[in-house]
Every structure is written in C-alpha cells, then in structure tokens.
Write a protein that binds this ligand. Structure first.
Ligand code: DGL
Length: 257
C-alpha cells in the first residue's frame, strides 16, 4: 500500500477530463495535477520540444513525491511516453491513446473519424493503432490544430467554435459517420459543440475511462493503491502564473462549468 499522490499532467486544462474519470474511479487517492498551459498547445510543436516539456512536467511531479504518473495528453503520450519510460524505469507511467478500438468494435464495419492533434496523428504509435483496425472500419483522421486553444481560452461554445467545427467536420459528416473518437483530452470539454454539428446519431468516444482503468490495474499489480478510507485530495498546479487558470481547473474538475 502506498498513500503518496498520483501525478497527472497535460499541456494545459485538457487532462482535467481524464482526472475526473480517475477521481471517480478511485476517490480515496490523492492527486497532483500539473497543467502546462504556459506552453500549450503541444500538438503543433516539434517532437523534441514536446519531449523536453513532458520531461519537465514529470520532474515537477516527482518533486511533489508522486508514486505514479499519468500522461493525460494523447500528444505527449505519443511523442514522449517511450522516452519517459526509458528514463524513469521504476516509475509507473500510464499514457492515453485515442479510443479507436471501442469505436471500431462498437458496430460492424462502421465509419469512424478520429479528431486529434497533428502530432498525435503523425506518430508511429497512432499509425500502428490505425493499421490494426483499418481493415475492419473506414477510419478518417482529422487533425484539429487550434481546437485545444479554444478550450485553453475557456471557449466551449458559441459562433466562433461552431464555425471552426463545421468547416472541419462537414466534409466527413457527408460520408455518413457512425462514430467520432475524441483523440485529445481537451476535446471532451467541447463535446456539446461537436454534438451540435455532428447530430445525435453519432456515437462519441474518448480514452479517459480506459486510462483510469489501466491506472487502477497497474497500481493494484504493483501494490501501490492507497489504503485511505476517507476521500482523497486533488491539488492543481499550472505553469502559467495565472491564478484564474487554477481556479478554472477546479471548476472544470467539479463540473461547475
Ligand atoms: N490535451 C492534448 C492531447 O490530448 C493536446 C492539446 C495540445 O495541443 O496541447 O493531445
């Protein structure tokens, strides 16, 4: 048993969508969340930059004495999970990837669109996932540069984001999509806006629940679960010196926005 906190990071606010799932699955754990909003977005940066920023996030969390790390960012996972696992060999590091598998298996030969950052879609990790399923479904990859920025700015709905999403999604919606995978942890916060454009028939998937389950399994296997009986505590840090980001993060966590 280990009562130290679990460390979670993202390029900014997006990882809070994963944190929510994890806290609801394991409410007795303590959590330290680090949002790197100062350097967001990661999705349009170079591989080197993302690797070095991810390492700084891990170093910050280790300075807070965490027992495991969750990379609550698809972009940072695809760009740097391998290198982080090589560097921190004794530290459990759990990443997230687009929930393509459940989306593909949901319906026979369905048409699935994956919305993610340009970096996530360009990496081998995602290409391998794609190759595993491209025979059984029609899969369309939609890079969404700029979408995470709306979330960072707290813009979750309205004419601007609707126009962005219509331009992006309409050509794919014309193909008759069955499912959309939100392959970036920022996107669940704009799911309502996506739903408005995509309609009610399309099923929307994201990888947060799978990641939470994997984290729990990993902690249990390594005997690292907490034996706390009361509710744990979530502490949020952000690399930008903007206090309102932290305040906003707690509100997102508590579904107050
Ligand atoms: N939240 C990140 C992800 O899951 C990406 C956002 C960004 O571009 O920084 O991919």
């Amino acid at each position: 048993m280990d009562n130290r906190a679990i460390g979670i990071f993202d390029s900014g606010l997006g990882g809070i969508s994963v944190l929510r799932e994890i806290v609801s699955l394991m409410p007795n754990e303590n959590y330290i969340y680090y949002g790197d909003s100062l350097h967001a977005p990661y999705g349009t940066k170079s591989l080197d930059e993302i690797q070095s920023l991810s390492e700084s996030c891990v170093e910050f969390l280790l300075s807070q004495n965490v027992k495991a790390i969750v990379i609550a960012c698809n972009t940072a996972t695809s760009a740097s999970a391998k290198q982080l696992r090589e560097k921190y060999q004794n530290l459990p590091i759990i990443g997230i990837e687009p929930a393509l598998k459940p989306a593909v298996l949901w319906k026979e030969h369905d048409r699935v669109a994956v919305m993610a950052t340009p970096m996530t879609l360009s990496q081998d990790k995602f290409k391998q996932l794609l190759h595993a399923y491209e025979e059984v479904s029609d899969i369309y990859c939609i890079p969404c540069p700029g979408l995470a920025d709306y979330v960072e700015q707290g813009v979750f709905e309205g004419p601007e984001i609707n126009e962005y999403l219509s331009n992006l999604l309409n050509p794919y919606l014309d193909k008759g999509l069955d499912a959309i995978v939100l392959g970036c942890t920022h996107y669940p916060f704009v799911e309502n806006a996506i739903r408005q454009i995509a309609g009610d028939e399309i099923k929307i998937f994201n990888g947060s629940h799978g990641t939470a389950l994997e984290l729990k399994r990993r902690l249990a296997n390594e005997n690292l679960l907490s034996n706390r009986t009361e509710e744990g505590k979530v502490t949020i840090y952000n690399s930008s010196n903007d206090e309102s980001k932290i305040d906003f993060s707690y509100k997102l966590l508590n579904h107050a926005i």
